[in-house]
Design a protein around this ligand. Structure first.
Ligand code: GLU
Length: 288
């Protein structure tokens, strides 16, 4: 298998140390494996994505010494592809339209005697308000669409698993019972965005023949959703490596708005790329 990996930032803010670590780790691993490294831009959320952030991110990555093949894939240019994947799931009766707002979901999920509603990888677990007895039919509507998780799991003919190559090197089984109670009916299409993060990333990784996904352990819980979607869509499952997160001095995960740790700030302070590597615990690049 050819080793192919990627770094897929959302151009919604500056590249900070946490992103730099993820990108450098993926790039270094591709070099060590004599494989390929791709940059992709996850700009599916056009309300938050900015070209100026995309330019800055590319510039910072080049400064760090990263190189990738052009053209860089942008999710905003692949909406037809995502619609096609949604169509496949719709045609087998696994999607349903959902008109709930975030506030509706919170209100419906809030059982007064049980305190705060359960959180899944996408926030509050959907309480099932719009789920129907019968699968939706007819043309694919351009509205928010949710995956009927129980129906999707029923279609599986073999257990779901993936190979985790990060901190825990092992085959990870996806537990169907957890998928219903701890993940729920995830949104796969959002109004105004076409597809959701989960659907688009799964299509992108498959179409780009990504063999190894290297990303932060904050996305570990989302991986079970991706593995399920890959199975439903007939896609191969890549190997996953969920890496440690870079935290600030107080132990908090770095956020996009954390400008103090933006790569641009280090550049302005005349730090070198190797000093940035050192800050995240990576060695200078090998000479090759
Ligand atoms: N755009 C996503 C993020 O920045 C990428 C997630 C992934 O690598 O799968 O979190």
């Amino acid at each position: 298998m050819n080793f192919r990996t990627r770094f897929a930032p959302s151009p919604t803010g500056p590249l900070h140390l946490g992103h730099a670590y993820s990108a450098l780790l993926a790039f270094d691993t591709a070099q060590a494996e004599e494989g390929e490294f791709f940059l992709r831009l996850d700009d599916i959320d056009q309300s938050r994505s900015r070209d100026s952030w995309a330019d800055q991110i590319e510039d910072d990555l080049r400064w760090l010494g990263l190189r990738w093949p052009e053209p860089v894939w942008r999710q905003s240019q692949r909406l037809t592809r995502y619609r096609e994947a949604l169509h496949r799931l719709w045609d087998i009766g696994l999607l349903y339209p959902c008109a709930c707002t975030r506030a509706d979901i919170r209100a419906a999920a809030q059982a007064p005697q049980e305190g705060a509603p359960l959180q899944g990888p996408d926030g509050v677990i959907y309480p099932g308000t719009c789920r129907q007895e019968q699968p939706s039919t007819g043309p694919l509507p351009d509205v928010a669409l949710r995956l009927n998780m129980a129906a999707a799991l029923e279609r599986l003919d073999a257990p779901l698993s993936f190979i985790e190559n990060g901190k825990f090197k092992q085959t990870r089984m996806v537990r169907p019972e957890n998928m219903v109670t701890q993940v729920g009916d995830v949104a796969l299409a959002r109004p105004g965005m076409g597809a959701s993060y989960h659907l688009s990333i799964v299509c992108d990784d498959f179409d780009q023949k990504i063999s190894h996904v290297i990303r932060g352990e904050d996305l570990f819980d989302a991986t079970q959703i991706h593995v399920l979607l890959q199975r439903l869509l007939g896609f191969d499952t890549p190997v996953y490596h969920h890496h440690r997160l870079i935290r600030d001095n107080t132990g908090k995960r770095l956020a996009k708005r954390d400008d103090a740790r933006a790569i641009a700030t280090y550049r302005e302070a005349d730090k070198t790329p190797n000093e940035v590597r050192g800050m995240v615990g990576l060695n200078p690049p090998s000479a090759s």
